[in-house]
Design a protein. Structure first.
Length: 139
């Protein structure tokens, strides 16, 4: 079941980022789930929100420079443990079986990669959202 969370995103090209609610898919067996502690925005995020490359799928939630703490992991996820501090880059998934992926070069995945945001997830056929969340951290 998907989880609804508050985030910041844009509904149209060049629109200001605004609070909204998005759905995160249920983690898969090889996924880890993290509490996002920090998410930075770089100029690539700005280009995507402005649709400067004429390829943005709206609604878009930017943020691909993410730092967080592992809160849970799937049964097949073995690299990280709960409470580990982790960073999330621009690529979040690949086929993991083609020669390029098996050589550790997932950016050259023969079946295509899934990016942190504004990317069609190859498995679920849903669009990914970045890490720019709208959370009250004053508690």
């Amino acid at each position: 079941m998907a989880t609804k969370i508050p985030a910041y995103g844009a509904r149209a090209a060049k629109a200001p980022l605004a609070p909204l609610t998005i759905e995160r898919r249920k983690p898969r067996p090889y996924d880890i789930e993290i509490e996002i502690l920090c998410c930075c925005i770089c100029h690539s995020d700005v280009h995507k929100v402005n649709d400067d490359w004429a390829s943005t799928h709206f609604l878009v939630v930017p943020g691909h420079e993410i730092v967080g703490r592992v809160t849970s992991r799937g049964a097949s996820a073995t690299r990280f443990q709960e409470r580990d501090l982790v960073g999330v880059g621009y690529i979040v998934d690949s086929c993991r079986v083609c020669p390029e992926c098996r050589a550790g070069h997932e950016m050259f995945c023969e079946k295509g990669v899934t990016f942190t945001f504004d990317s069609l997830d190859q498995e679920t056929k849903t669009w990914t959202n970045g890490g720019l969340l709208n959370e009250d951290r004053s508690r």
